[in-house]
Design a protein around this ligand. Structure first.
Ligand code: SF4
Ligand code: SF4
Length: 204
């Protein structure tokens, strides 16, 4: 989390989507400052989506358990976190470590024009769905950005095309409406990245 405004872990945003080891490709260890600005969380332009949309479990480092689409008890009216300065001490290391890769502000500002899930139940349902998708897509974008830097020129070109394709889906909102499988897309991107990095390592 990057500000006094909130940020929690996406512990259970979309079963099946989070089961691929992106960390093995290194994106999890990539510091936010190394990414493009729009792939860094900007909690001041978000309505605390990660503190509401996902479910989380106490044993995963969240202090208590809550169902999806339910605000955390510590979320403030201005979307700040009541215990922001004490997350570790209060048993919320999951919140401290969480990264939405910039999905939160893109959904709040880019897709919903600054609206909040508090506007209505209908808005909340659409917003949480969008957040789940954008969070997964932004993680892939961050991974692609990292992989482009480490790949051979021909592979880097292909990875850039994939990056632009995902960006277009996010810009247009097709990421929410298109009938594609996020799980299938994720597997394709991971495979593409692994192959590109493998070729780069073989010639290194
Ligand atoms: S979803 Fe992202 S931008 Fe929004 S509060 Fe959580 S960490 Fe911050
Ligand atoms: S404790 Fe609650 S309000 Fe604070 S960052 Fe975690 S989920 Fe958000």
């Amino acid at each position: 989390m990057s500000s006094e405004l909130s940020g929690a872990a996406d512990a259970n945003c979309e079963p099946g989507v989070a089961d691929q080891p992106v960390a093995s490709i290194g994106v999890a260890s990539m510091r936010p400052g190394q990414r493009s600005p729009h792939l860094r969380a900007d909690c001041t332009n978000c309505c605390g989506l990660c503190c509401v949309a996902p479910s989380f479990e106490a044993h995963q480092g969240f202090g208590f358990s809550k169902p999806a689409h339910t605000p955390c008890m510590h979320l403030l009216a201005d979307f700040g976190c009541l215990i922001h300065e004490q997350l570790q001490a209060r048993g919320f290391p999951g919140c401290h470590a969480f990264d939405c890769y910039g999905a939160g502000q893109r959904v709040t500002q880019g897709l919903f024009r600054g609206e909040s899930w508090r506007a209505s139940a209908e808005v909340a349902t659409r917003m949480f769905h969008a957040y789940h998708r954008y969070r997964a897509l932004h993680e892939l974008l961050a991974m692609l950005e990292l992989a482009i830097e480490s790949s051979l020129p021909a592979d880097a070109t292909q990875l850039r095309m994939r990056f632009q394709s995902l960006e277009s889906m996010c810009d247009s909102g097709a990421a929410v409406h298109a009938g594609f499988s996020l799980e299938v897309l994720r597997r394709e991107v991971l495979q593409q990245v692994r192959e590109a990095l493998g070729r780069a390592q073989r010639v290194a």
